[in-house]
Design a protein around this ligand. Structure first.
Ligand SMILES: NC(=O)c1ccc[n+]([C@@H]2O[C@H](COP(=O)([O-])OP(=O)(O)OC[C@H]3O[C@@H](n4cnc5c(N)ncnc54)[C@H](O)[C@@H]3O)[C@@H](O)[C@H]2O)c1
Length: 256
């Protein structure tokens, strides 16, 4: 395996939204480090492609269709993963979606969709997976928020609200589940080269240029840039870290 680290050997991980983008990179990295990975996504074909990539590299993965906006879907996915791969030890809440527009032009229909995927989706997956982790006596939960949830972001008011909510929810869940040996942490990407960023920036090349200039490291993130921070938080190396938030965004957001 490329990283040569096998600190996740024997672990079973769910990564939501891992058909593409950041979730795909996280799934590949966790598999590289020895985890058996469930590629959970609403896109069946994309999930199957990521799972096939992992299998071709010598890892173990299963594609599982999951709509994070539905609690029954999350419960069914967790059941399928435990049946096919074993006891769940890791949940990475990564699935997300956004539509860039000023708040005053946005509609309640769009708010509902943004909230359902970005916030309720995480509640559903935690509700489905955490009781299993409690029963197994350990667990690691990492949610992908965004720098937008820490400092705000133009044109992303409702999305940023959801990402801020993920941070507050995760800190509270971290307090509630600490006694169960379950760690809950948050990783915040900045602008990262994925389909989501591409669609948000469609026809706005100047905004993208200005955004890149504002990053101290002077480049956009790559999906792989996020994978190491997630792998750390779900590993034994982070056993004593919980309720923490880290930005992986080239220095864009520095919060004390
Ligand atoms: N790309 C960025 O610039 C950026 C910046 C900050 C935060 N993020 C966050 O990173 C995470 C990954 O984003 P990305 O850029 O890789 O996006 P992406 O659009 O490339 O991938 C998102 C994945 O989530 C899946 N998904 C969407 N709705 C779903 C649902 N209801 N159920 C299950 N899966 C669903 C999609 O099918 C897709 O595979 C998201 O939470 C996003 O908010 C991204």
């Amino acid at each position: 395996m490329a990283s040569g680290i096998t600190r996740l050997a024997g672990k079973v991980a769910i990564v939501t939204g891992s058909a593409q983008g950041i979730g795909r990179a996280i799934a590949l990295r966790l598999a590289e480090e020895g985890a058996r990975v469930a590629i959970c996504d609403i896109q069946e074909d994309g999930a199957a492609r990521t799972a096939a990539e992992i299998t071709a590299a010598g890892g173990v993965a299963r594609a599982v269709v999951l709509d994070v906006t539905s609690l029954p879907s999350a419960l069914a996915a967790v059941q399928a993963v435990e049946r096919d791969l074993g006891a769940i030890g890791i949940l990475v809440n990564n699935a997300g979606w956004d539509k860039l527009e000023p708040f005053i032009e946005s509609t309640p229909e769009t708010w509902d969709r943004v909230i359902a995927i970005n916030y309720r989706g995480i509640l559903n997956c935690c509700k489905a997976a955490a009781p299993k982790m409690i029963a197994h006596g350990q667990g690691k939960i990492v949610s992908i928020a965004s720098d937008a949830g820490r400092v705000g972001s133009l044109g992303e008011a409702v999305y940023a609200g959801c990402k801020g909510a993920i941070i507050a929810f995760s800190k509270t869940l971290a307090r509630e589940l600490a006694r169960n040996n379950i760690n809950v942490n948050v990783v915040c990407p900045g602008p990262t080269q994925t389909a989501l960023l591409q669609s948000a920036m469609e026809g706005r090349p100047k905004v993208l240029e200005a955004m890149t200039r504002g990053i101290p490291m002077r480049r956009l993130g790559k999906p792989e840039d996020l994978a190491g921070a997630v792998a750390f938080f779900v590993s034994g190396d982070a056993d004593y870290a919980t309720g923490q938030v880290i930005s992986v965004s080239g220095g864009l957001t520095m919060v004390g």
